[in-house]
Design a protein around this ligand. Structure first.
Ligand code: PRP
Length: 210
């Protein structure tokens, strides 16, 4: 039996579709209601959790595999996992975004940046040798510039429609993001056959061979 933690929401939907295309039975996942632990006919158990909790379950050896965005991996200080595959879903990118006038603005005091990803933002500005104040938010970070709390944001952009709807624009693209398949290091040692069977199937589908 292989247990997988999947990030809830957009990733969950794309992942379910991908598993189905690989020939896995996804009936119990599609028909789930409020259950949190779902078993499939292929001897796979799945839990659907928030992105950071995927890493928590990997860290504590509760799941063998995790399906999580590169954004969460890059932001986290946890590194005790193996990244097995880029699933080519959940594609988006990190960007510095602001109102257009940000480009020509001269800052007399420390610039303020709103983000859900303080470590990524810190790294980005450190590389540019810019000393900024990072304000951590839990969501809707676009509100930072809208309400005048911050000068810009560091956030994920998928379609760009949230920025557009709020008069903001991408000032600089930071890095590409997609969903990754990761494994617990111990599981990879003791369940390598079962894990690589899944990896091979997903890899073929991702690369378009199936
Ligand atoms: C993410 C991100 C942007 C938006 C980008 O937020 O933080 O706000 O999606 O997508 P778009 O480019 O397609 O408009 P999410 O919807 O996850 O919610 P949140 O703002 O509450 O975190």
């Amino acid at each position: 039996m292989i247990r997988i933690a999947v990030t809830k929401g957009r990733i969950e939907k794309d992942m379910c579709k991908l598993l189905k295309e690989c020939g896995y039975d996804t009936e119990t996942i599609e028909n789930k209601d409020r259950e949190l632990l779902i078993k499939t006919k292929d001897n796979i158990e799945m839990i659907f959790v928030k992105a950071n909790d995927v890493l928590t379950f990997i860290e504590h050896g509760i799941v063998d595999l995790g399906i999580v965005g590169k954004d969460t991996l890059d932001e986290s200080e946890f590194t005790e996992y193996n990244e097995l595959l880029d699933l080519n879903i959940g594609k988006c990118y990190f960007a510095l975004a602001a109102y257009p006038e940000y480009r020509n603005k001269v800052f007399n005091k420390r610039e303020k940046i709103a983000t859900k990803y303080p470590n990524i933002a810190k790294k980005y500005f450190a590389a540019k040798a810019e000393n900024v104040e990072i304000i951590k938010m839990e969501g809707s970070v676009e509100l930072g510039p809208i309400i005048g709390m911050t000068d810009a944001i560091v956030d994920l952009v998928e379609t760009g429609s949230t920025l557009k709807a709020n008069g903001l624009e991408v000032i600089e693209k930071i890095s590409d993001i997609s969903t990754r398949l990761i494994s617990n290091k111990v599981s990879l040692k003791y369940k390598s056959k079962e894990i690589y069977e899944i990896v091979d199937k997903l890899n073929k589908k991702v690369k378009g061979d199936m």
